[in-house]
Write a protein that binds this ligand. Structure first.
Ligand code: FDA
Length: 394
């Protein structure tokens, strides 16, 4: 005889735990199954150990999806303020960093403790170290899940096993296989919020810059992000690059503008007027880190005094720094990607409940769904919101 629950949630990550809490609070008997030894491992390592748990400005515009309207319903019904109320209710100290990003003052473990405490209060049965096997619909409704601890049955089955990012942390792509089993459409998956790599030739030229960070605007078509850019031994990283990586496709070019708030041409002209005997590299080093100034000045063949440089040459140098076309060769892939783009096609899900439109009792939530947020607390907000609305319905 299989163990029976009203709701089985597969995956004790951000979305799965939130769903279990809400379903348990509604009086449903709930089991959460996970193969990991601890719940919320990605929460634990997130935000440099302080978990950027939401973004107060989170709205549909901050998400990528084949259907940009899909996330509206869940995001509107469980907002950043709702999550913050939970955080404050547990006495967790927090602060806003930049751009509406909220972090724990102490540790991401505070968020995991909050969620496990809430699950306990809601009577949720958390089963860790549990391998999940075959899933079968049961005649007359519901689902049977084979596990390493025996078979379990439930009326509602919620898939919350995340995406493919960071396989070392237990990411398996399991949700996509379940979707395929039930004949559901998938949007092609690819790594998002990931550093971009460069071809060996360019990398060799940029090698001396590894470790340098600078404010930048990175553009891909009509999309642009202004945050920090970091040169690495493999290519380009930093928040601005991670953000644009979710929009970038193999073969595309991005445009880099370093110090986008400064008019570099005007600044160089002023420097030439003030001291014509200095070099362009020295003048540029007043704005950029020294090695970066050297890279661009040498790259443009700027030698001699500023007094000898006509406007045209200063304009060329400014363009090199602020309209720099870069063609990344690839990305660092799922090994370091913070999220997986694509996933279960939202066309087959009810946006108010996350239930599969054509299959009663089957739900998909969190990262495995084709809704992916920007960097900055948006992905957790999607996990909380989609988990909450599924927990209301499962
Ligand atoms: P999540 O991946 O959290 O959970 C899935 C669960 O399912 C895991 O517990 C896993 O063990 C389990 N599982 C998977 N396959 C299974 C199987 N076959 N059998 C059993 N169990 C299985 N976002 C944000 O908003 N702010 C931030 O600060 C960060 N920081 C950050 C840092 C790093 C390094 C990464 C990799 C990611 C982030 N993110 C983030 C993104 C965020 O972590 C991510 O969007 C959410 O964790 C997604 O939540 P889910 O619950 O959907 O999946």
């Amino acid at each position: 005889m299989a163990g029976r629950y009203d709701v089985i949630v597969l995956g004790a990550g951000a979305a799965g735990m939130m769903c279990a809490i809400r379903a348990g609070q509604r009086g449903r008997s709930v089991a959460v199954l996970d193969h990991a030894v601890a719940p919320g491992e990605k929460i634990r390592i997130s935000g440099g150990g302080r978990c950027n748990f939401t973004n107060i400005h989170a709205g549909p515009k901050n998400f990528l999806s084949a259907n940009p309207h899909f996330a509206k319903s869940a995001l509107g019904r469980f907002t950043p303020k709702d999550f913050l109320a939970m955080v404050e209710g547990h006495g967790i100290a927090w602060h806003e960093k930049t751009l509406g990003q909220l972090f724990c003052d102490n540790s991401a473990k505070d968020i995991i403790r909050m969620l496990t405490d809430e699950m306990r209060s809601a009577g949720v049965d958390l089963r860790l170290r549990t391998e999940i096997g075959a899933i079968e619909p049961v005649a007359g409704g519901g689902y049977r899940v084979a596990t390493s601890e025996g078979a379990l049955e439930a009326t509602s089955l919620v898939i919350a096993t995340g995406g493919k990012s960071i396989p070392k942390m237990g990411a398996t792509g399991f949700a996509y296989r379940v979707a395929e089993q039930f004949g559901l459409p998938l949007i092609e998956t690819r790594p998002g919020l990931v550093p971009l790599t460069l071809d060996p030739q360019l990398l060799q030229r940029l090698a001396p810059l590894a470790g340098i960070a600078a404010p930048a605007e990175i553009r891909h078509g009509k999309t642009a992000f202004r945050e920090a850019l970091l040169f690495t031994h493999r290519g380009l990283s930093g928040p601005a690059i991670l953000q644009i990586s979710s929009y970038w496709r193999e073969g595309d070019e991005i445009t880099v503008a370093i110090e986008p708030d400064i008019d570099i041409f005007i600044t160089l002209k002023t420097a030439r007027q003030a001291n014509g005997r200095q070099s362009a590299q020295t003048a540029l080093a007043e704005i950029l880190p020294k090695r970066l100034a050297q890279h661009f000045a040498e790259g443009e063949g700027m030698s001699g005094n500023m007094a000898d440089q006509p406007d045209r040459r200063l304009q060329q140098l400014a363009a090199a720094v602020q309209a720099w076309p870069v063609k990344p060769s690839g990305s660092e892939g799922y090994r370091t990607a913070e999220v997986t783009l694509g996933g279960v096609d939202t066309a087959c899900l009810d946006s108010r409940t996350m239930q599969v439109k054509t299959i009663p009792g089957l739900f998909f939530i969190g990262e495995c769904v084709d809704v992916t947020g920007w960097l900055g607390g948006y992905n957790f907000q999607w996990a909380w919101a989609s988990g909450h609305v599924a927990g209301e319905a499962a």
